[in-house]
Design a protein. Structure first.
Length: 147
């Protein structure tokens, strides 16, 4: 499935998002910073991406994820687990990064540090009810179906 997305460059030298391989799910995001950025251990910082987007459809969101190598090796993850860019947001895409490690991380200008995946969004119509249908699981929560 293809999606047209308008993209506006907000930082003159930013590298725009791109897929690293032909079948990659996520587009790599580059840090739109002019100098090395220190992300202190156990802290959070917003990293600008230098662009804004406008998907052609309103039932689309862009989800911002960690790059698996940086998350595993360096402990850099989005501070909200997954960032959400709504289809009507027109500001600069930024990623709030949390350095979970015990060491400061020094992000380089134009470094690939996150990835963006476009996904369809279902809009729910909530109906208040006094009762819900019964299921085998019922109200079983955390760990109720196994580890």
């Amino acid at each position: 499935m293809k999606l047209n997305v308008k993209i506006k460059r907000l930082h003159p030298t930013v590298t725009l998002p791109s897929y690293a391989s032909e079948t990659a799910a996520g587009m790599d995001l580059h840090a739109a910073i002019d100098e090395v950025l220190c992300i202190p251990a156990h802290s959070r910082i917003r990293v600008p991406c230098g662009f804004a987007i406008a998907p052609e459809r309103t039932d689309i969101a862009a989800l911002l994820f960690a790059r698996s190598g940086l998350a595993h090796k360096m402990g850099l993850v989005p501070s909200n687990a997954v960032g959400v860019v709504d289809s009507d947001y027109r500001g600069e895409v930024m990623v709030s990064i949390h350095n979970t490690s015990d060491e400061d991380y020094f992000m380089q200008p134009d470094e690939r540090f996150a990835q963006m995946v476009f996904v369809p969004v279902l809009f729910a119509s909530l109906t208040e009810a006094d009762d819900l249908d019964e299921t085998v699981r019922g109200g079983g929560g955390f760990g109720s179906t196994g580890v």
